[in-house]
Design a protein around this ligand. Sequence first.
Ligand SMILES: [Zn+2]
Length: 412
Amino acid sequence: MADYTDWDRVFVGGDLATMRPGSDAYGAMTDAALAIKGDRIAWIGPALEARRRIASDGLPFFDASGLWITPGLIDCHTHLVYAGNRAGEFEQRLHGVSYQDIARSGGGIQATVDATRKASRQALLSSAAARARVLSLEGVTTIEIKSGYGLDLDTECRLLSIAREVGSGLPVNVHTTYLGLHALPKEFAHDRQGYVDQVCGPWLQAVAAAGLADAVDGYCEAIAFTVPETEQYLRAAQALHLPIHLHAGQLSDTGAAELAARFGALSADHLEYISAGGVNALAQAGTVAVLLPGAYYTLRQRQPPPVARLRQAAVPMAIATDCNPGTSPCTSILLMLNMACTLFGLTAQEALAGVTRSAALALGVSQDRGTLEVGKRADLALWRIGQPAELCYGLGMNPCVGVVHGGESKWW
Ligand SMILES: [Zn+2]
């Protein structure tokens, strides 16, 4: 057990939403204090006790009166590194063309792949860092970033190494995910199995050997990859001990959630189309349901994920931006909180857990992040609000006044 008896700094007089598991009402503590030692949370308790210690030991402190402190938010599903945008397709959809039709006619993901392959490293890095910066201004201190817009080994590796750099200079940690099975690139249009074999064999091995990916992901969907193709991929990832995420049940139920559960995936993401059996499989596997209201909204979908059933089965529900140029061009985690409540029916507490505790579970970092607890990383977000529900209630409001990232404060 680390020694946290010395404190470097104390945030005193604010209200804490600790989001501890099993706690009601956000695990709230009012008129509280939180002490930091190095990059860790060293102590949490009443403000009165902290003030006595500050006075006797002459400790540096920050008066957090009038502020709420939450765990630093976690955006656990993004495709942040890409070039170009798809505003033209947005316009097509407004004229009634479906996402599936756009994808079949060479638009969709392939259009972004073409633009991304052509873009310079510097252009990709600076646009991705700009998106990450906007997320951090809303209290996000951990971001997952998927590749998937290269679809050849060189570009995929380039995207993953750019993703690793996105956090430098920002109060943000990045987790990278190799999204090998995202779409069939045009050069393999007549050789599906050839592409799947490349991804599952030499490409996955090269990505793993280079240490570029913290996890893998695939798009298991009628317009993307089948269950047997995805299964081949997940088996290869498992053999390399890479944790698994899976895009599952976004547009149809192909049994992808059951597949994710069978491989003990960290998360199954989207889940508008999932059977009762799929929900139970996630519950038994301990797989997190990552809900992505931005994509649901952009595609004007009508069938929300079965939140009541997920809740009943005690499947942890995370919320993320799914920031991507096609279906969720979104850099606002707070807007996602609102949409998770308004469109999907989450409670405000569930939504906030979805970008803290459950998002940490979805990335496999819950031992270190996602709640305010002694010994965890000092990743905090500070808010000028009167109650936590304000984080879900506003549309386009940003009450974040700053973050603490690994013990270091940044104020806006
Ligand atoms: Zn996605």
